[in-house]
Design a protein around this ligand. Structure first.
Ligand code: TXA
Ligand code: MG
Length: 346
């Protein structure tokens, strides 16, 4: 296999303030890539009109070139350069959820390079809720493409430290805006021929989308393994994602059955909900009835598990309502689409 050498550079972490945001914008304007906080996860940003800068993103992350990048804008007027047509349902969704954790995939203009779109004729766009992100975009005065600022395949970063752990030596600057509010990536929908398809569940729930545009299609790859013989609607689903090095085993069951199950395992480690008593070492990833609290903790816990050199993690399956669908999607993918259901066992 060909390995690509990434030359080591000094990576600075700067707290978000007026001076550092201006510095970030200057770096973006001079062809550099910068890790920036958003309300969902940290992103690795480049000026979308600078192909050489965009290439640096793929190199720093080790990202496959056919996986398109989301374009982040600060103001709705920036859409005009990027979108060939903003269909009525796209407009309704943008009005309802921008700024916010919703990416809308629509037909692109020529201004969006194939490098950014991964060769597709569409582009994913969002206006982030985070004021820090929007300020950086405004100061740079260009749309920025930004995938999550992790090494390809690892859990997305929800703090500046997570970015540093993955990309130290590969990027010049990380803007530290604290922990991300949402904790999992944006919801991605495509709006093509006025039909709304959910490609990746995230901060905006299916119910919220339907309340605005009526019926939506949920792409089957949201919860099931992509068919290797078919081209997925969202290229990202082909790639291993969100995975710690540890093996993730997702278990649907009562707490009692979960405990009985792990007792049969050697040296088990568990990811459970707050205040749950389990028969082995464990970490909690939020309140069982509060999906947002789980979203905020999930990626951090997956990273912690690796720091502890855990080999196998048995995970209590989350509720899939609301934002829970996004959490379930990340976990089922980390578990390579396998789950164990103990509900029917006596
Ligand atoms: O919350 C987020 O969306 C974060 C922050 C930084 O904004 N970004 C993020 O980007 O998660 P990334 O690159 O890690 O994930 C983008 C996902 C990928 O699965 C990609 O395949 C999909 O969005 N995507 C992007 N453009 C697309 C397009 N034109 N058609 C279909 N899927 C697209
Ligand atoms: Mg990502």
């Amino acid at each position: 296999m060909k390995t690509i050498e990434v030359s080591k550079i000094l990576t600075e972490i700067k707290k978000a303030d007026k001076t550092s945001l201006k510095y970030a914008a200057d770096l973006l304007n001079s062809g550099e890539i910068v890790a920036i906080p958003t309300e969902t996860v940290y992103g690795l940003a480049a000026n979308i009109y600078d192909d050489e800068a965009v290439k640096k993103i793929f190199l720093a992350k080790g990202r496959p070139s056919d996986n398109p990048l989301i374009v982040h804008i600060s103001d709705f007027s920036m859409v005009n350069d990027l979108a060939f047509e903003f269909e009525p349902k796209a407009k309704l969704l943008a009005e309802a959820f921008w700024p916010g954790p919703l990416t809308i995939v629509i037909k692109k203009t020529k201004a969006v390079s194939n490098l950014v779109s991964g060769g597709l004729d569409t582009v994913g766009i969002r206006i982030p809720e985070s004021k820090i992100t929007r300020d950086i975009i405004r100061l740079a005065n260009v749309p920025v493409c930004a995938p999550s600022a992790n090494l390809s395949g690892t859990p997305s970063p929800t703090s500046a430290q997570h970015v540093f752990d993955d990309l130290n030596g590969r990027i010049p600057l990380i803007i530290d805006g604290g922990n991300c509010d949402v904790g999992i990536e944006s919801t991605v929908v495509s709006v093509l021929n006025n039909c709304v398809t959910l490609l990746r569940p995230g901060g905006i729930t299916p119910e919220q989308l339907s309340n605005v545009v009526g019926e939506i299609i949920i792409d089957k790859n949201v919860i099931s393994k992509p068919d290797e013989n078919l081209i997925p609607l969202s290229p990202g689903v082909k790639y291993k994602h969100y995975s710690p090095k540890a093996k993730i085993v997702l278990i649907k069951s009562s707490l009692e059955k979960f405990n009985q199950f792990i007792l049969t395992k050697e040296n088990p480690f568990a990811l459970v909900f707050d205040n749950e008593k389990v028969e082995c070492d464990s970490l909690s990833y939020g309140d069982i009835n509060d999906s947002l609290s789980q979203a905020r903790l999930l990626f951090q816990r997956l990273r912690e598990v690796d720091k502890l050199y855990i080999k196998t993690v048995y995970v209590r399956c989350p509720n899939t309502d609301g934002i829970g669908l996004g959490i379930y999607n990340r976990l089922i993918r980390a578990a390579n689409y396998e789950e164990i259901s103990l509900w029917n066992q006596l």
